[in-house]
Ligand binder design. Structure first.
Ligand SMILES: CC(C)(COP(=O)(O)OP(=O)(O)OC[C@H]1O[C@@H](n2cnc3c(N)ncnc32)[C@H](O)[C@@H]1OP(=O)(O)O)[C@@H](O)C(=O)NCCC(=O)NCCS
Length: 174
């Protein structure tokens, strides 16, 4: 599989939604959700794993080799990862799985429910993930885009990400 890395270069903080996310204090994730308009960003609440997996499915992010409920459980068990969700009312409409490997930060499962895409929620959840990483001293954020989803590249470029001239090598560990 060929993967395209994207890394952030110089984030633009001119957007009000992004600025709100950035200026919040540290370690709010589990106590006080970040509020951006109708959107509240918080850690994935207990008991909502299936709803989140369904969001990923409807957004086209589920593949057979990555069972989503396993990915959620693995992230929940990690001290270096967090699943952030955006709630409108009590509905999960946005998500990101953010974590770091001791060096770089990584984003997975960036998703916004199709019926509310284009509302700024994608930019907001990415900004929240970046803030989560910044609070932990991580200086660069990266993500991978499947070759079947290249149209999303312009979304990330809009947020200040740039293409990285590297090739990702991989091997399954059985
Ligand atoms: C990609 C995705 C998360 C974007 O979420 P969204 O809520 O629709 O995006 P936003 O409304 O926050 O858009 C943020 C900015 O990016 C721009 N943008 C969004 N999609 C874009 C696109 N395809 N091309 C160019 N710009 C785009 C918006 O115009 C907006 O710009 P603005 O701040 O000047 O208004 C959403 O479309 C999605 O869930 N897609 C399916 C899942 C997916 O592919 N995830 C990525 C996996 S790598």
């Amino acid at each position: 599989m060929v993967c395209i890395h994207i890394m952030i270069s110089r984030p633009e903080w001119s957007d009000r939604r992004t600025l709100e996310a950035r200026t919040r204090g540290a370690a709010l994730w589990r106590k006080d959700p970040i509020v951006m308009g109708a959107l509240q960003i918080t850690s994935l609440p207990d008991g909502r794993d299936r709803e989140l997996a369904d969001l990923w499915d409807v957004c086209g992010l589920v593949v057979s080799y990555n069972p989503p409920l396993d990915d959620i459980a693995f992230a929940r068990a990690s001290a270096d990862a967090e699943i952030l969700v955006g709630l409108v009312g009590d509905r999960i409409v946005a998500s990101v799985l953010v974590g770091h490997d001791g060096h770089r930060g990584w984003l997975y499962y960036v998703a916004v429910a199709p019926d509310v895409q284009g509302s700024g929620y994608g930019a907001a959840i990415v900004a929240a993930a970046e803030e989560w990483l910044r609070e932990r001293g991580v200086r660069k954020v990266q993500l991978m885009v499947r070759p079947t989803n290249e149209r999303v590249l312009s979304f990330y470029e809009h947020l200040g990400f740039e293409r990285s001239p590297v090739t990702v090598m991989q091997r399954w560990l059985d």
